[in-house]
Design a protein. Structure first.
Length: 75
């Protein structure tokens, strides 16, 4: 398979991992906005919480990709 990443049968794009996570976060924000318009407050708050976690993860992964580690392991 020549070092290709597959998810659900389709090849992932060659974006950096941090960019892919940020794109998922933005998609969840859009879904939360539509849920708020429909009056589904519980679903919207769940999606907003998920998007916030993904955004934080994206920032941490981006730091790791650049080589800036906040916390180095004690080993």
């Amino acid at each position: 398979m020549n070092n290709m990443s597959y998810k659900n049968g389709s090849k992932l794009s060659k974006q950096k991992r941090s960019e892919r996570i940020m794109n998922r976060s933005i998609a969840n924000l859009i879904r939360a906005e539509f849920a708020m318009e429909k009056g589904q407050d519980n679903k919207a708050s769940r999606l907003l919480k998920k998007a916030a976690k993904q955004e934080n993860r994206s920032i941490n992964v981006e730091d790791r990709e650049m080589g800036n580690l906040k916390f180095k392991s004690s080993k």
